[in-house]
Design a protein around this ligand. Structure first.
Ligand code: TRP
Length: 459
């Protein structure tokens, strides 16, 4: 039998897939969101639930996505449709793919706005704006940026253009060279930052470490547990078909489970390193761990502002964070673009332009939600202040992604024949397979249902 290959090409090796999937997984979620969620939800116990969820929900669903993608060799919609056919099941399973594409577009639109902040900060760092800055100074610089729609628009536009450019060239040729340098560089820089936090903050480093790893369940609410579970899912980029589409470019002889474990491990390590770099600095600058989305935009500039060559490290840091966001946004748009190319006979370039334009427009709404169009509302027991931006975030990451993940788990666990699963996972049915099978049939769907109910405020 000749090997099937996607019309969009194939990764050149297992390593490039690992880097690309790690690039998709590692993003603002790890470096920006993870620390502030840990801060808002009381620390160690949240981290523990997060780690357990990566293992019990994230890894099993990720394996399923890669498996489905590689078997189908097309965009998520078409892969799901064909596999449903092969399993003699209902072709409506393909709608999971459509839902994922929609989530991808929505997430990209506001993700780009935050990525724009990192661009803005890279420039401010390079210009020495933060040198010797105080807590109040850092707060007002942040507030100033967020209340200036024109500035945010410029950065947002640049980010969408950057993303659409890579997607238009095809993720393979667009990504392969860049990620080989960028991912290791981000890792190294985070290590340096942790080292810096260790040297410069004295006792505060211990305070940061114990905040992250001292497990105090009293500090964790039910909502916090569900947030940790949901974030484990979000951080691995699951439920949107991104990992599925990357899986469709994976060579047939690569072992899926081992490869996915590597990606999940890298993603987790980067998030933990980000926490270890951020919290000591937060405590040293007397910021509140529960400062919310502004956390890294406040704590890090203050720290960089007081260290030798801080402007240099700071610039590098925000540039690398920008790259991490970039490789995630590329993965968010790829399912939609691949589908347009396959089903609508659109050229890749055109598809990328349309998708880019749409996300850009939607992003403009998010930008205005920080100023002129902001409104407050209560959702699932929390006050949300940024109008449509918050609505888009809730709709995509708290509602669509868990629904997508739930359906993917059911599809892999209950619809696809076991023989097909065993075959794709290397032919063995040992303990590893049985653990995965139990996770994907029972544990992951149950957990994702809980995450969904928690996110919409039923629990
Ligand atoms: N995992 C990304 C991050 O941590 C965000 C993300 C969520 C994502 N879902 C995705 C990225 C789907 C690519 C595809 O920043």
């Amino acid at each position: 039998m000749s090997e099937q290959i996607s019309i969009h090409g194939q990764w050149s090796s297992r390593l490039t897939f690992i880097l690309a999937a790690t690039g998709a997984a590692v993003g603002l979620g790890n470096v920006w969101k993870f620390p502030y969620l840990v801060g808002e939800n009381g620390g160690g116990a949240f981290v523990l639930v997060y780690l357990v969820s990566i293992a019990l929900i994230g890894v099993p669903v990720m394996i399923s996505e890669v498996l489905i993608g590689r078997r189908g060799r097309q965009s998520p919609i078409n892969s799901l449709r064909d596999l449903a056919g092969e399993a003699q099941s209902n072709c409506r399973w393909q709608y999971i793919g459509a839902l994922g594409m929609v989530a991808g577009l929505i997430i990209t639109s506001y993700y780009s706005v935050i990525a724009g902040w990192t661009l803005a900060y890279a420039v401010r760092m390079a210009g020495g704006v933060f040198s010797g800055v105080t807590k109040d100074g850092a707060e007002s610089i942040f507030a100033f940026l967020v209340s200036d729609p024109e500035r945010m628009l410029a950065w947002h536009t640049l980010f969408i253009v950057m993303t659409a450019m890579v997607v238009s060239r095809g993720v393979r040729s667009g990504l392969e060279h860049a990620i080989k340098i960028l991912m290791p560089a981000l890792f190294l820089l985070l290590l340096i930052l942790v080292g810096y936090a260790y040297i410069s903050t004295n006792d505060h480093f211990g305070q940061g470490v114990s905040f992250m790893f001292n497990i105090d369940f009293a500090a964790l609410t039910t909502g916090g547990v569900l947030t940790a579970m949901g974030h484990a899912f979000f951080t691995l980029s699951l439920g949107a078909g991104a990992v599925m589409v990357y899986g469709s470019y994976l060579p047939s002889d690569v072992p899926i489970a081992k490869t996915v474990l590597a990606v999940a491990a890298f993603d987790t390590i980067i998030a933990l390193l980000a926490g270890l770099a951020v919290f000591p600095l937060v405590f040293a600058s007397e910021l509140a761990p529960a400062s919310g989305p502004g956390l890294i935009f406040l704590s890090l500039p203050i720290a960089f502002g007081h260290m030798p060559f801080g402007w240099l490290f700071g610039t590098l840091f925000f540039i690398l964070l920008l790259f991490a966001a970039w490789t995630s946004a590329i993965a968010l748009l790829e399912p939609m673009v691949a589908w347009l190319v396959e089903n609508r006979q659109v050229q890749r370039i055109r598809a990328a332009v349309w998708v880019g334009l749409f996300t850009w427009l939607l992003g403009v709404v998010s930008i205005l939600s920080f100023g002129a169009w902001s409104f407050e509302f209560d959702f699932a027991g929390e006050v949300r202040r940024h109008g449509v931006y918050d609505l888009l975030d809730i709709l995509s990451s708290s509602i669509i992604l868990p629904i997508g993940g739930f359906a993917i788990a059911l599809f892999a666990g209950w619809v696809l024949p076991k023989t097909l699963l065993v075959e794709e996972l290397g032919g063995r049915t040992g303990t590893g397979f049985r653990l995965w099978y139990a996770a994907i049939r029972i544990v992951a769907p149950a957990a994702l249902l809980l995450i969904l109910l928690g996110a919409i405020g039923v629990i």
